[in-house]
Design a protein around this ligand. Structure first.
Ligand code: SF4
Length: 400
């Protein structure tokens, strides 16, 4: 199998030189492919040439829309399930805003990262998507919206679907080159966001590409301890290490970093968390996007109330951090990353049980519940801590 969308136009010219195809024929093939046409559509190319491509297993459209579900709410978000040529399934979301249409794109089948609030990792990692399979999601949805590549109906793209983009670095790098190509979709880097759970060396590599896309860091916790429980990647890299690489990204690209913070009830949404978060971010040019948790079947985590979300924003703003609440889209269509795909796989009786450390999450809940908010108890505890500290100091002085 050879996915033609993986190649740039220059690479296609050199591939088809051996077919004795003049360049204008390759241009026609390129236009047809970017407009979502497949072999059985009406393509203005010699039939013998198209037959030969088919025989040689050259794939024109690596992504086909398997099904879509439109939200009944006002925002009309659409969730897509796509079929890949090898039988795998991925998903994506189209979000409609006043300024245009934003397509959320997947970069891997499944995900290795297994974050506790996300359904993408529940069935593990299957494989990386190629650059053409990432691009193919735009081609498919643009066609669905009656767009062409010269009159595209998608204005923004966010690499925030299933998969960790920086864990599939080479294909994502190639995709970014293809999608910004001025004779192709010609997206501006200003309209592209890449979201990462935080791999410092790759963040620095992305900075050095000179593409200056908007970088979003999925932080979701205000300290390493909590982050290590809800995001296993945090056991490899501390928040400080990631923030240092984000500072480098900002220095090289001059782009403000977006911090993604999903509010999870009893886990990361207290006043103390807001204060801790503001201290972490005080030297980073950034904006915090707060997201109300989209509950996932099979995960233990709970959505906080609207009131507590508002309080969290107010606290962040009070501590000098720019923050807004992201509109929650697609609640009625399993909008959280990976949910729809999992249901489809479950329907095919392929689902396996998660081995995520949900018991640890229950423990955080329990601990946080035990941390009573009674001020007299807090003062008492402070006094005990103070006494312990003084005793330790005395012992230390005596021993010297
Ligand atoms: S949040 Fe992103 S990195 Fe984490 S499991 Fe989901 S897709 Fe993977």
């Amino acid at each position: 199998m050879n996915i033609l969308m993986d190649y740039s136009k220059a690479e296609l010219y050199s591939i088809f030189e051996s077919f004795d195809m003049p360049k204008y024929r390759v241009d026609q093939l390129f236009s047809a492919m970017y407009n979502g046409k497949d072999y059985n559509d009406n393509i203005n190319l010699p039939k013998t040439f198209l037959e030969k491509l088919g025989e040689l297993n050259y794939v024109l459209q690596p992504i086909k829309i398997r099904k879509f579900i439109e939200s009944k709410s006002k925002d009309k978000t659409i969730k897509f399930l796509y079929d890949l040529v090898d039988g795998n399934i991925i998903e994506g979301v189209l979000m409609k805003y006043e300024f245009g249409n934003t397509l959320c794109i997947s970069t891997q089948v499944g995900c290795k990262m297994n974050c506790a609030f996300c359904a993408s990792g529940l069935n593990g990692f299957v494989r990386n998507l190629t650059a053409g399979e990432i691009l193919g999601q735009i081609v498919a949805v643009n066609k669905f919206l009656d767009g062409t590549y010269k009159d595209r109906k998608i204005t923004n793209i966010v690499l925030m679907g299933s998969g960790e983009p920086l864990d599939n670095f080479e294909n994502v790098r190639k995709f970014l080159q293809l999608v910004t190509y001025d004779q192709g979709f010609n997206f501006s880097v200003r309209n592209i966001s890449v979201s990462t759970c935080g791999i410092p060396s790759k963040i620095e590599e992305l900075a050095d590409l000179g593409l200056a896309v908007t970088l979003c860091f999925s932080l979701h916790a205000s300290n390493d301890k909590t982050r290590q429980i809800i995001m296993p990647i945090a056991r490899r890299y501390s928040i400080k290490e990631v923030i240092d690489s984000l500072k480098y990204y900002h220095m090289v690209t001059n782009r403000r970093i977006i911090i993604e913070y999903t509010l999870i009830d009893g886990i990361n949404n207290s006043m103390a968390n807001a204060k801790e978060l503001s201290l972490l971010l005080k030297d980073l040019p950034c904006h915090v996007n707060l997201i109300k948790l989209n509950e996932v079947e099979g995960r233990e985590l709970k959505t906080p109330t609207i009131d507590s979300c508002k309080k969290f924003i107010d606290n962040l703003n009070r501590f000098g951090i720019s923050a807004t609440m992201r509109r929650s889209l697609g609640d009625d269509i399993e909008g959280a990353c990976g949910q729809l795909r999992n249901r489809e796989i479950a329907d095919d009786k392929l689902i396996s049980k998660s081995n995520h450390n949900d018991s640890k999450i229950q423990n955080i809940h329990k601990n946080n519940q035990n941390k009573t908010k009674d001020p007299t108890k807090i003062l008492k505890q402070k006094q005990i801590n103070q006494n312990n500290k003084q005793n330790r100091r005395k012992n230390y002085q005596n021993s010297n």
